[in-house]
Design a protein around this ligand. Structure first.
Ligand SMILES: Cc1ncc(COP(=O)(O)O)c(C=O)c1O
Length: 428
């Protein structure tokens, strides 16, 4: 499910909490699950509107990770003792939770990694080594995060491949006709963001994938910003690769996963060499471990993987549909509140949006906006959001960005609007 924004945000309808029943009203009650939200900053209650950057962590995740270190800590896959068995069961249990979260067919298709960035680098390196040569094309869009640009540029340097970029329009939607035009017999892979972190745009990934598959072109979906907000089903989507980060879904930093169809993982060479990824080693020849371990060299982030599993349990207990509906309600409300502020322009007004309010205010530098809001206790991000080509597209050096999580409330958005009123006062 994705959210649909009215074409003119100024005419955004009032919140539609009623449409999904109880769940929408229930979500804010989970706020107390996040201890950090009770703290003050600069003597003011914390209003956290930076979840696209990283989400806060619920007690359930903190406790599960602590329990692992207190009661189960051992290395996985190689011990004969009880603790190693417990740690292995917890880690592999978390892999099964990731499989269920994405609705992958098998845990053989789930590779635990540091997060989205490492997942895309793995594909660029291993898929690139196996399948990409000089003159082949990789297709991305203007709205990609740097982590879905630079790995392909590195591949370009290694192979002489060509990077093609689908433009976006003024709203921040990909120009689909251009995508159709750029997709060609030379295209080796399409790599596209599901939800833009800089604009909030939800891309029509299913249409993107169907069109690419009609030409036998595989598709990677960067799910860093979709996984916290909307249910994902990789089989229904039929993507070939899907990357996400634990820390964006209320889990720990430094842990995330790559989903890849088994046929690709079988065909791709290992990404890194080391312990755990081998079946046998001699100086003459090394054979590789079965999937997914072939792609998990060295001691993994065991606590991190277990923490991601706990975060998935947490999200699923609330329900991704309920979270999406709650955040949609806030997005509509926040859009209305921001548009009341004189001189404020929203950057990114796609018809399908999730969780992100990027904006600029006349000549006021976004860093000044962020600093004044911080003194009011309101945490947002300012800058290029690791998406500099988006800024270039709009002729801006930076934007201010408020981004939503399941714990946010209308009061948070009221505090943002009040803080922006202060910004107005200071800058006249
Ligand atoms: C759309 C998108 N892709 C990729 C990333 C990179 O994620 P990570 O730094 O967790 O690897 C981010 C992080 O902000 C993102 O928003």
């Amino acid at each position: 499910m994705s959210v649909t924004m009215p074409s003119n945000p100024k005419s955004a309808p009032a919140a539609r909490g009623g449409s999904v029943g109880q769940s929408v009203r229930d979500v804010p009650s989970h706020r107390s699950d996040f201890p950090i939200l009770a703290r003050q900053v600069h003597g003011k209650p914390l209003v956290y509107l930076d979840s696209a950057n990283t989400t806060q962590k619920p007690v359930a995740v903190l406790e599960r990770m602590e329990r692992y270190y207190r009661e189960e800590n051992a290395n996985i896959h190689r011990g004969t003792h009880l603790l190693s068995e417990l740690a292995t069961a917890a880690y592999e249990g978390a892999r099964e939770k990731v499989r269920g979260f994405l609705n992958a067919k098998s845990t053989r298709e789930i590779v635990f990694l540091r997060g989205t960035t490492e997942a895309i680098n793995l594909v660029a390196t291993s898929f690139g080594q196996a399948f990409v040569k000089k003159g082949d094309e990789i297709l991305i869009t203007t709205m990609e995060h740097h982590s879905n640009i630079v790995p392909w540029q590195l591949l370009r340097e290694r192979t002489g491949a060509v990077l093609k970029v689908v433009p976006i329009d003024d709203r921040g939607e990909m120009v689909f006709e251009e995508y159709e035009r750029l997709l060609s017999d030379r295209t080796k892979l399409v790599s596209i963001v599901h939800v833009s972190n800089a604009l909030g745009t939800v891309n029509p990934v299913k249409r993107v994938i169907d069109l690419a598959h009609a030409r036998n072109v595989p598709v990677l979906v960067d799910g860093a910003q979709s996984t916290p907000h909307v249910p994902v089903d990789v089989q229904a989507m039929d993507c070939d690769f899907f990357a996400f980060s634990g820390h964006k879904i209320y889990g720990p930093t430094g842990a995330g996963a790559l989903y890849a169809k088994e046929k690709w993982l079988e065909a791709m060479p290992p990404y890194q060499g080391g312990g755990d990824m081998i079946a046998s080693v001699s100086f003459e020849k090394t054979t590789y471990n079965e999937l997914p371990y072939k792609f998990e060299a060295g001691t993994s982030n065991i606590a991190g993987g277990i923490g991601v599993g706990a975060a998935i349990d947490y999200l699923q207990a609330i329900g991704l549909d309920a979270i999406a509906a709650h955040e949609h309600e806030l997005l509509v409300y926040g859009t209305e509140r921001l548009l009341e502020i004189p001189g404020l322009t929203l950057v990114g007004t796609a018809r399908e949006k999730a969780g992100v309010l990027s904006f600029v205010m006349d000549e006021i530098h976004p860093h000044d906006i962020g600093t004044i809001l911080d003194r009011e206790g309101v945490a947002i991000r300012t800058g290029h959001h690791c998406a500099q080509p988006v800024m270039t597209r709009y002729g801006l050096p930076a934007t201010a960005r408020a981004s939503l999580g399941l714990y946010n409330t209308r009061e948070d958005l009221d505090a943002l609007a009040k803080g922006l009123g202060k910004v107005r006062e200071v800058f006249g």
